[in-house]
Each structure stands twice: as structure tokens, then as C-alpha cells.
Design a binder for this molecule. Structure first.
Ligand code: F6R
Length: 243
């Protein structure tokens, strides 16, 4: 595991975007695993800048997002499909047909959706680079503590703590979903290269547990210690509890 600590979150985003762009210059048809949440927004802004400067093209890229809320259509502002269009896809030359989400409008269909998602990833010969954030409790995707470290794409009920942390993103009157479809930890571990980014003091404990703690389902991100090619980009606040 390669851990790189930067002075601030802008530098984290710049490095993450450069790593993604470097991959696309070698392999223009790369398969990217993408994350939502606050952390990657700056990285996506850096990628848009690179696209506008002609440094990178996404026209042959395929993407698989880690997760999507159950029951939300793509035009729902809270859906991760909407988020990705608003933060990245609408500003680059990616073909929307090549972007994938584990969309499950009816919870009863979760198994079919999950199997299908894994099958499409396999048909693309797997994910070249998976971008990850980390939850305050060490979750990756929506794999909450106690998730099987070998899990595949499936339906997960969100923990109370994740629902509370994410409630900041919902306005009064908006219903906050309590279930999501997420790539499993085993699915994430199949990626060729994993790029975890974390910023801010609030992530310091999760980062310490993930990097220096015992490998345990109580901190799902700790399984990344077993992956042969992981890069962790941190700002100094999220790295503050590392030895
Ligand atoms: C998002 C995702 C989550 C987030 C995590 C951190 O697709 O899979 O695991 O990466 O909850 O979220 P932020 O970046 O908002 O702190």
C-alpha cells in the first residue's frame, strides 16, 4: 500500500486527477470505478479542467459507480446518477451509455440487479482503477462495518450512523433512502488498482484503522491492506492519527 500525504485537499485532488488522466493516456478505453460523496468532487473538478485543456478524453471510457440508492430514479436529485452527471459526466465527452450504476427501483429485484451488475463488470474484463472514499466508520461503497469481506454486489440497509452523516445532503421534506445497492468488498478488491482518497480531520480515525489497524470487518476499508496495488492519497488532517 502506497500512502501519500499532502498539505491540503486541493493537492490530493490534483494528484488523484493526474493518476486517472495518466491511466487514460495509456489506456483510452479504461474501465473506471467511481465514487460519489463530498470527497471526490474536487478530483472531478480537476478532471473537468484537464478535459477542457485537451489533456484527457473520456470518449472510450466505461464507468461503474460503487453504489446507488434503492428506489431513486436518475432524475431524482439525490440519486447518484444525478450526482455524477452534475459533478462530472455533463462536462466531459463520456458517452452516458458507457456509465453504469446498480439501479434498483424495486427492492424485490435486488438480486437480479446485483447479478447483472457483476456480469457487466466481468464482460468489460473488470475495473482498471477504482476510486474510493471512506466513511467515518470505515465503510467503502456502502459496505458498512460487519459486511463480509468477500461480499459481492448486493442490497444493503444503511447503518444509523451513515444515515445521520448523509442527512446533511437532504433538504427538509426530502425522503432519505435507507437502502442502497453497493458493489461488495470482494467486487472492489477485484479492481486492478485502487485509489483511496480521504480528507479532513473527521476521517482521521477511519484512515488510521484502515491503514494501521487489524484487518477486520469492523473496519471494511482495512481489507485494502491485502490488495497488491492500492494508493492512498490523504491530506494532513485525515493523516493526523497515523503513526
Ligand atoms: C460513495 C461511497 C461512500 C463514500 C463515503 C465517504 O459512492 O461509496 O463510501 O465514499 O461515504 O463519503 P464522503 O466523501 O461524503 O465523506
Amino acid at each position: 500500500m502506497e500512502v501519500i500525504i499532502f498539505e491540503n485537499e486541493s493537492l490530493v485532488a490534483k494528484r488523484a486527477a493526474s493518476m486517472l488522466a495518466d491511466l487514460l493516456s495509456i489506456k483510452p478505453s479504461a474501465v473506471l470505478g467511481l465514487a460519489t460523496g463530498s470527497t471526490p468532487i474536487k478530483t472531478y473538478q480537476e478532471l473537468i479542467k484537464k478535459f477542457n485543456n485537451g489533456e484527457v478524453s473520456f470518449k472510450d471510457v466505461s464507468t461503474f459507480n460503487l453504489d446507488e440508492y434503492v428506489g431513486l430514479k436518475s432524475d431524482n436529485k439525490q440519486s447518484y446518477q444525478y450526482f455524477m452527471r452534475e459533478q462530472l459526466f455533463d462536462f466531459i465527452d463520456i458517452q452516458l451509455d458507457n456509465t453504469h450504476f446498480p439501479i434498483c427501483l424495486n427492492a424485490k429485484e435486488n438480486q437480479q440487479v446485483a447479478e447483472n451488475y457483476e456480469a457487466i463488470i466481468n464482460a468489460k474484463m473488470g475495473i482498471d482503477l477504482q476510486l474510493l472514499g471512506i466513511g467515518h466508520n470505515g465503510h467503502i461503497g456502502f459496505n458498512e462495518p460487519s459486511s463480509s469481506l468477500a461480499s459481492r454486489t448486493r442490497l444493503k440497509t444503511l447503518t444509523r450512523s451513515t444515515i445521520e452523516v448523509n442527512s446533511r445532503l437532504f433538504e427538509a421534506g426530502e425522503t432519505q433512502p435507507t437502502m442502497a445497492m453497493t458493489m461488495g468488498i470482494g467486487t472492489i478488491m477485484d479492481a486492478n488498482h485502487i485509489l483511496l482518497i480521504a480528507t479532513g480531520e473527521g476521517k482521521a480515525e477511519a484512515v488510521r484503522n484502515a491503514i494501521e489497524g487489524a484487518i477486520s470487518a469492523s473496519c471494511p476499508a482495512s481489507i485494502l491492506q491485502m490488495h497488491p496495488h492500492v494508493t492512498v492519497l490523504l491530506d494532513k488532517n485525515s493523516a493526523s492519527l497515523l503513526q
